[in-house]
Ligand binder design. Structure first.
Ligand SMILES: Nc1ncnc2c1ncn2[C@@H]1O[C@H](COP(=O)(O)OP(=O)(O)OP(=O)(O)O)[C@@H](O)[C@H]1O
Ligand SMILES: [Mg+2]
Length: 267
């Protein structure tokens, strides 16, 4: 398997960011989980969120695609601009907004349905294809981009998503996430529960996805963050303490907390 490395020449261009997060704070009831978080996400960028357990990484990720909309007792302050438009403006339709985001969770969670249905569903509910032939082509394209097509093409309707191995299920979940033609992929520890060989495949997949998408990935593996990310954001007790190019964060982090975490001293 060819190992691709993050683009060390990654430069933030003058183009407007895909996402601009400004002064984001979030409370679960009276407990504050995010404190004044600000960052940008650029197209074709892979941004890794790192930091100790419970410091707000998943909470921050879920704000980006409005996944907290239905969580009780959540209060959010601050701004999220998707392509320079307020994600929480009253005229925004949440399901249509969420279509721009693909979500991949830590534990592979395919629907209890055929492989075909798992991938077709997102395109169908958003009316992205008109004919059966178009839908077939779309399903194939998503499975190919998820590097899974060759392994499942003979069992698309025979096999259930849950019949696959853990690593295959995770790639199926990526194919499903691609089905709505998202611009941004959000991945919450996507390699957290799969074995090293499956991890290598999913990592390779992430590198190829950022050619057409902005990707935010949460990881507890410092090696993975260093291998994959263009930039790294370090969260600590609900704050985004530091964000910077990956090599700079790994060799010359400014904050003592980020330095210690990256060196494996706590977390
Ligand atoms: N639905 C919820 N209701 C109340 N508190 C919550 C909820 N979800 C998360 N929290 C709390 O918010 C804080 C941040 O949690 P979050 O899941 O964002 O952390 P994390 O950085 O993703 O941690 P981990 O690395 O363990 O996944 C924690 O104290 C957590 O207990
Ligand atoms: Mg988490």
């Amino acid at each position: 398997m060819t190992q691709q490395f993050p683009n060390e020449d990654f430069q933030i261009t003058n183009a407007a960011p895909e996402l601009e997060v400004r002064g984001l704070s979030l409370w679960y009831g009276d407990k504050q989980a995010l404190k004044d978080v600000s960052f940008d996400l650029h197209s074709n960028e892979l941004l890794a969120f790192i930091g100790p357990s419970g410091c707000g990484k998943s909470t921050a990720l879920k704000c980006l695609n409005r996944m907290h909309d239905h969580t009780r007792d959540v209060r959010i302050e601050g701004d999220i601009l998707f392509r320079q438009r307020d994600a929480y403006a009253p005229e925004v339709d949440p399901p249509e907004y969420r279509r721009h985001f693909g979500w991949v969770a830590q534990k592979p969670n395919p629907f209890p349905a055929s492989i075909y249905r798992n991938v077709a569903y997102g395109a169908q509910i958003h009316g992205l294809t008109r004919t059966k032939a178009e839908l077939d082509a779309h399903v194939e394209s998503c499975l190919r981009r998820a590097h899974l097509w060759d392994e499942v093409k003979d069992g698309l309707n025979k096999l259930q998503g849950t019949d696959l191995s853990g690593g295959q299920q995770q790639r199926l979940c990526v194919a499903r996430a691609l089905s709505t033609q998202p611009d941004i992929l959000l991945m919450d520890e996507p390699t957290g529960s799969i074995d090293p060989i499956a991890t290598a495949k999913v990592e390779e997949l992430m590198m190829s996805l950022k050619q057409d998408h902005a990707v935010v990935v949460i990881t507890h593996s410092m090696m993975e963050a260093r291998r994959l990310a263009d930039r790294v954001a370090y969260f600590h007790l609900g704050e985004l303490l530091e964000i910077g190019p990956t090599e700079q964060m790994f060799t010359a982090a400014q904050s003592p907390e980020a330095k210690a975490f990256i060196a494996g001293k706590f977390g």
